[in-house]
Design a protein around this ligand. Sequence first.
Ligand SMILES: [Zn+2]
Length: 124
Amino acid sequence: MKCHSCGYEDERWLPTCHNCYKEQPLQIPPTVDLKPFVKAIFHEEFEVSREAVQKLIALLTPRGQLIVVYYYGLDGGERLVDRRIGEDFLGVRKQAVNRVRLKWIKYLRHPTRAKILVESKIGS
Ligand SMILES: [Zn+2]
C-alpha cells in the first residue's frame, strides 16, 4: 500500500510507514468480510460499517494494529496465522502474537469500544 505522506509503497498496509514513520490510517477495502472480526468480539456475526472498524483499529498500538489487521485480513491482504505474523513481521513466536491478539480483542470487547460496532450495525 502507498504511504499517504511520502508515497513509499509497501506490499501491505502498515501501521506506520517504513520510510517516513508516519502513521497510516487503515482503509478497509469493500471486498473485506468483517464477520470473522465481529464474531471474535461478540461471538456472533452481524454486519457493521467499515468506518466503525477503522475507528476501533486506530485505538490499538501499532503492533496491535498489525496483528489484528493481518490476522483478519482487514487491509484486503491474505489472512495470516499467528506464526506467520510473528515470524515474517515481528520476529517473535506465535505464542507471543496470540497473547497480544487476544489481549486486544478483549480490549475491543469492552462496552465502551464494542458499542462503536453495535451502533454501526447494518440491517438485521
Ligand atoms: Zn511514508
